[in-house]
Design a binder for this molecule. Sequence first.
Ligand code: FE2
Ligand code: FE2
Length: 153
Amino acid sequence: MKQADTQTNKNLEAAFAGESMANRKYLYFAKVARELGNEEIAELFEKTAHQETAHAFAHLELIYPTEGMTVAKLLEIAIEGELYETNQMYPEFERVAREEGHLSAVGEFQEQAAESAEHAEIFQQAAKRFKALTGVEAHHAARYQKALDNLAS
Ligand SMILES: [Fe+2]
Ligand SMILES: [Fe+2]
């Protein structure tokens, strides 16, 4: 599902991260520029943010090629990411923030860890429903095939 661990694939991940961050950063800058009363610069940030999304998607198309992709795999990748955030990344970030006495960051990391856990749960439920659904479809397909076989015999 994931590409080999080459330097180019690592660079694609880094480039994807950078373009994605630029997108969210510029949307945030647009909000701040608007709050500061500069509509023209707010719109410039928004327009550029949309282009950064296109750049990020171009990298994603190479990281997760659509060929051979399935909905089950998409959900699996998403669950893996959310569980990493909730079980490893945020607890570690929270520990360091506490050590450094950055209490607003401690609170924020805790909140986000909880939201990542919620996202993981929602994706897991969706994956279960999807599995049940494909099971039902396979069952129908098998019955349909049996009916066809009976007609043919
Ligand atoms: Fe870009
Ligand atoms: Fe999330």
